[in-house]
Write a protein that binds this ligand. Structure first.
Ligand code: ZN
Length: 350
């Protein structure tokens, strides 16, 4: 089969790899219907994190189950499934605490895990899914309409991650919220804040098409300024003190600094940007402002049940973050478009 391999900095190739085969009794083979490139895939692509050896890449996909192991009980061949960006059994203590991303037996796509074997990465034609009953969310009603596929695909990662930022920060009825980051996660965080009842949502964005989408998703205001100017604008908009909540969806030193300094005294920062840009928490500053920080890697598997019905009936349309669709064979072009920010998020179709 064909699958995407990262060979090094700015070197993405689609190559022949072995077809996956069932091997543990609790796994499944999924034919990928759609996959996509994540903002976090850009870290190795840009050389920010090292690629020691060529490896498979991609951790967001939806598809159709082709085969299941003898001990798989819940997932059946023919099911349309959403895979979260990690594997989990959905039964261990961490999973029962809602922290499926910290599953005691979990693993990652494109990696070898002891006891689970090698899990194919998402940007390919097929994936062997370890712990299929725990990992995969089955979409009710069989194969969905093609128009729903982008929205369902966001439940693999970006919609659940944006939701995690909002939930971690405690967005509730009447909250005032600013969102730092206008990538797919930041845009999904706007959807999440709106559905949780935020009364005012400020998108921090200087890119016109992203500003427009932010407004369609529920942003009431857009602030293009960054740094000190952006913070001053936010304070001005909220009685001179700042919004209740800031959702940090980038992961750089600058974005975390902006988030921490924007929230009102006693406010809360929800953070889900993968911290690869060197952010550290300034405890003295947090002491002086009573601003709290909560968030981390999102346990998206557990959010699918809550968000899926709203994607299926169109109440939320996170799939609109995909503004470019390419065949899998053009994965290198997909990475370029994401890297150069000519696309918000690129869907790949095998
Ligand atoms: Zn678990």
């Amino acid at each position: 089969m064909r699958a995407t391999i990262i060979h090094g900095e700015r070197d993405i190739r689609v190559e022949d790899v072995p077809d996956p085969v069932l091997s543990t009794g609790v796994d499944a083979i999924v034919r990928v219907v759609a996959a996509c490139v994540c903002g976090s895939d850009l870290w190795p692509y840009r050389g920010v994190t090292e690629v020691a050896a060529p490896r498979r890449i991609g951790h967001e996909f939806v598809g159709v189950v082709e085969e299941v192991g003898d001990a798989v009980e819940r997932v059946r061949p023919g099911d349309f499934v959403i895979a979260p960006f990690y594997q989990c059994d959905n039964t261990c203590l961490n999973c029962r605490n809602g922290m499926t991303v910290h599953c005691l037996h979990g693993g990652w796509w494109g990696r070898e895990t002891e006891g689970l074997g090698f899990a194919d990465a998402g940007q390919g034609e097929r994936v062997r899914v370890p712990m299929a009953d725990g990992t995969l969310a089955v979409v009710p009603g069989g194969i969905p309409d093609d128009a729903l596929i982008p929205g369902l695909l966001t439940l693999s990662d970006v919609m659940g991650t944006g939701h995690h930022a909002a939930v971690s920060a405690g967005v509730t009825e009447g909250s005032t919220v600013a969102v730092v980051g206008d990538g797919a996660v930041g845009l999904c965080a706007i959807i999440a804040a709106k559905r949780l009842g935020a009364s005012r949502i400020v998108a921090m964005s200087r890119h016109e098409p992203r500003q427009a989408l932010a407004r369609e998703f529920g942003a009431t205001d857009v602030v293009p300024e960054r740094g000190d100017e952006g913070i001053a604008r936010l304070k001005e908009m909220f009685d001179g003190i700042g919004p209740d909540i800031v959702l940090e969806c980038v992961g750089t030193k600058e974005s975390m600094d902006q988030a921490l300094r924007s929230a009102r005294p006693g406010g809360q920062v929800g953070f889900v940007g993968v911290p690869n840009g060197g952010p550290e928490l300034p405890v003295r500053q947090m002491f002086n402002t009573n601003v709290g920080v909560r968030g981390g890697v999102a346990p998206v598997r557990g959010y699918i049940d809550e968000l899926l019905p709203e994607v299926l009936d169109g109440r939320i349309q996170p799939g609109r973050v995909f503004d470019l669709e390419l065949p899998l064979e053009e994965a290198a072009q997909a990475y370029r478009a994401m890297d150069e920010r000519t696309a918000i998020k690129v869907m790949l179709r095998p």
